[in-house]
Design a protein around this ligand. Sequence first.
Ligand SMILES: [Zn+2]
Length: 160
Amino acid sequence: MDVLWSPWRYAYITGGPTEKQGCVFCNILNNSASDEDNFILKRAEFNFVILNIYPYSTGHLMVIPYQHAGSLAALPKSTSDEMMDLVKTSEKALVETYSPDGLNLGLNLGKAAGAGVDGHIHMHALPRWVGDANFMTAIGQTRTIPETLPTSFEKLKVHF
Ligand SMILES: [Zn+2]
């Protein structure tokens, strides 16, 4: 499935870290770019919150532990507890910002389960609207992203 109009994607592919260079999320934490340039909305004690640069829908963000671990069970309780607290904050932020019809909140562990980045757990949070992807998916295997990442970042940042 293709994503229409994602200008950040080109910059990411040409300028961002690749799998060969290690974990994408660890590299984001270790690069020299500003949090704004990395779309990091919040750095908490054990986790950070970041916009997904390949959003499935507008406002698609992720809550990610600093610890490189591929399993929820492998995380210390302090980390997973804070992760869930940040998911709650994310839920509120997405509802207040976008007034969606629904939300997807979830973890994909392992490539077989759909994880885009294997080995470093990340909780997705994204707003959904009735029929948001169905029409374009039905006619063209394409979904539309009606807002740029910097705009989403500005709108969501105030909630964290
Ligand atoms: Zn990692």
